[in-house]
Write a protein that binds this ligand. Sequence first.
Ligand SMILES: [Fe+2]
Length: 290
Amino acid sequence: MEAAEEKYTPRAVKKRRHWVAFRRLLGLFGVGLRLSGLYQRGVRNALDIKLKRIELEFENLPSEFDGFRILQLSDPHVDFLAGPFDTALELISGERVDLCVLTGDYRKRVSGPFEHILPAFEKLVARSRARNGIYAILGNHDSADMAEAFENLGIDVLINETRSLQRGEAQIHVTGTDDVHYYYTDAARVALETAPEGFKIALIHSAELADVAAGAGFSLYLAGHTHGGQVCLPGGIPIITHMSCHRRYASGLWRHGSMTGYTTTGIGVSGLPVRFNTRGEVVLITLRCC
Ligand SMILES: [Fe+2]
C-alpha cells in the first residue's frame, strides 16, 4: 500500500495525484506569506506550543481509574521544523502520568527513510515517566517499518490491536489502529468491533472512524492528523482538514453518540513551517468518574 501512491480510506481508494497541485499551491502561499511579511510570524506561531490540560468525566469509568492521566503527543513531524518537539519534552518534564500515547505522523515526508527521526523518540522514552509506558499508532506520514524501530526503543506500537490496563480488579482497554487516512483496511474496523467490553479508548490517527468506534461502544477517541487546520481563519476555523469525513471533528473536543472524542492540534507542522489562528499543543487528559 505504501508503494501504490494511493489513498485507502474507509470509503474508497483514490489516487494521491492531488498532492502535486497541493504542493504548488503551498509554494505559492509560502511566497505570498514572505512577500506580505507574515512568514516569520507564522513560524513563531508554529514554535509556540502549549501544554493543554483537560478533564473528562465518564459514567462507565471504573472507580479504580478515577484520576488516570493520559499524555497525548501527536503529529510531531520532528524532521520538519526544529523546536516544537524539544519544547514538548520540556513541557512534559516532571509530569507523572499513567500512560503516554503517540497518535502518529512522526516524520515530514510520507515516504523514504525514517531512521534519522529515531533519536528524538529515544529521548522521549528516556524522559517519559508514564507508569504504563508509551503506546504509539501510525499516521499517514509513517511507514509500517517504523513499528519495529519504535518497538526496539521500548514503545508499544498498536496496529489494529488492543491492550488492557489493570488497576486492582478493574480493567480498561486501549485499541490502536493502523492509519485510516491513507492505509485503511477492514482490520482497523475489526479491531474496534472485537475489542473487549468495558471502558474502551480508541487511538486512531484521524477522526475518520468516529462512527465505527462509537458503534463499537468506545467511550473515548483520541486523534490528531489535522494540526487543527494549521492555517485557519480567525476563530480557529480550518480551511483544510485532510479528512474524508467527520470534518466537524477536525479540532478539539467533540461527541459522536455517547462517545467523547478529542482531536489535538498536534505538536508540529507540515507543508509550510507556519501556523495561523491555531496553536500547537501537548495534551494531558485526566479521566474522572461521574
Ligand atoms: Fe496525518
